[in-house]
Design a protein around this ligand. Sequence first.
Ligand code: ATP
Length: 251
Amino acid sequence: KRSLTTKTLGREIHCFGELSSTNDYAKVLIHQGVEDGAVVLARRQTSGRGRMQRVWESPEGGIWMTVILKPHLSLADAAKLTLSTGVALTHVCRELYGLDVQIKWPNDLVYQGKKIAGILGEVVGEWNAVQTLILGVGINANLEPKDLSPDIPATTLKELLGHPINLNDLVIAFLKSLEIEIKSLTEGDIEGLRARWLAYAAGIDKEVQVEQAGQGIKGILKGISSSGELILEVKGQEHLFSSGDVKLRSS
Ligand code: ATP
């Protein structure tokens, strides 16, 4: 049986049967004053969100959690924690389950193109005043395909492995791995993060399509810049895209 061996992450855990969204509850906790590394967990979310207020379906059986961080980082580096989270979760899925999970920029984990987990990072309050960041993580763990809308290209750990997994073990291993990634970023090792991210990224050197303001731009996916933007090669020229306003599709 695994036990929590982190220094700060998950030392304070708030568990619920149901929440509207673990990110929203984390914001309430922050106003009340909460420890760095506190974690919010819910068995289901009634209004889980993806990027740009898109719906994130969160029925019972998944892992719906938020990690609250007060990192000693500039805002630009703190924004990279979304990438660190993707690296940590991918690492753990590969190590615990031997699954060839990949990262779809900027915030999704996919298995053969199907989404298995999502990450939503948000800064709370003014950066200099409060310096709090929340990392929402949703993992389709012990769900079955019928638990999610049929039009969503998703998969689950249970479906891929053919059996349910131990949710505690996954949370514990993920928090450990995330703590290591946070430490490395705090020590300034951005190139290390970039290399690990690149090793796990889906679609590198392949043709993809980026959608920006309803417009599709085709190009070859080259990687991410040191500030976390997507690098796309279009007609021999490199273009950078930030995660706020674009969607990535395999073309
Ligand atoms: P894309 O729709 O191209 O994946 P995105 O990466 O920006 O865009 P997010 O905003 O991160 O997506 O997540 C929201 C989307 O994820 C929803 O529009 C829906 O299609 C899908 N989705 C919702 N719930 C789940 C879930 N539990 N598992 C996998 N995918 C989901």
